[in-house]
Design a protein around this ligand. Sequence first.
Ligand SMILES: [Fe+2]
Ligand SMILES: [Fe+2]
Length: 450
Amino acid sequence: MNNIMSKFTRRQFAQLAPGPFLLSLATRGSAAPPPPAAPGAIPTRIVLTWAGDPARTQAVTWRTETAAASPQAQVAKFIADPKFEPSAITVRATVEKDDLGDGKSAAHYAARFQGLEPDTAYCYRVGDAQVWSEWNVFRTASTRLEPFRFLYVGDEQNSIKSLWSRSIRRAYAAAPDARFLVHAGDLVADGYDDRLWGEWSDALAFISATLPSIPVPGNHDLHRPPGSPDAKTSLAAAWPWRRHFVLPSNGPDLDDMPGQSYYLDYQGVRFIALDVNAFSEEGYEVAARKRVTEKELDWLTKVLSDNPNRWTIVVQHQGIYAISSGREYAAMRASLAPLYEKHHVDMVLQGHDHVYARTHKIARDRIVDPSAPGVVYVISVSGPKMYKTQKVNSQYMAKMIEDEQFYQIIDVSPERLALTAYSIDGAVADGFELRKNGTSSTYIDHSSGK
Ligand SMILES: [Fe+2]
Ligand SMILES: [Fe+2]
């Protein structure tokens, strides 16, 4: 940890961290056990994300019911020796307090760890110097193009604690070495409903504190309470989105929609989280949608054009090649698919249709030869809400499956990008891989087994 300190002067840290940067003395040499904490003071909903470089930063949010006087987080290099606490550094957290009605309130905190070393395991805890979480563990990204894997899930959305829990826990058990978790939107059924976010966190348990999340909002994540005056004019995610996720501020020029579209570079992959609600949701005023789509298209063009990474993956909620008739958004496809093709996007990870449906390699609305330029589009679902495929766009599909919950493991190396979809009973449901050659790739279909 001294290495972290040596890379920053106190002034630099004051610029980087949300509050003063302090060496922790609080944990040294306390002889008596602390008094039991009041339940409302115990940190819950601990969620890792990135707001900056995954090789050198890590962000974390958490929540208490009773507002903490001095919210903070501590981080230390992970070592086997349990006497590591004196080496921990403390970062003060920001706080947002919310009135939940019925006499209930909550406080949400955010802390950012800066100046971390690449490819290094750290442990951290969150709290207020009196009441702490357990020490959780994360690992920073490498600055080299080393192979890694990650998890991708579609719509969590319904019966989240009861039935999504089994999906995400099976996924983590299948890939405990995954480096992060991509959520393709509709994380909850009603974005404004704090109780559903509690379910979401209960389902994840320690997984959200261990694997950073890369989320993109779906239509349900925008839902406001019935009768809200801005329900048809604002495409901003409901307030809990920003309480639970600290995300990069490198998105489109849309001040009222922070953390809804952004990009992250991780070991040779550019991940672009694109909020496509404005392209597809007809419940909003035309002017509001036009404003957002124009800004997003400008931004997306820049982010795709100026991209030194070997692979490019887009995460969005609504599908470019939807499988249900009411879910086809022609204007979205006309706007986005040509950009993805022109700039060699490799795959697009989506949700919204509550089925599994995966295309072959596509360009100009046709299946192309395996070695020709093109994009593979995946729709998946991890929650229990199921729709029937209406076989719209079925001519493009390598695989369509209804009435099962899924998770996906994606393996990345400089030469190969491979997606394997699993039914949550562990059976391989589908798969494909891309072998890179220059700016294009060769597509190998595993939809009928490897
Ligand atoms: Fe959904
Ligand atoms: Fe949706």
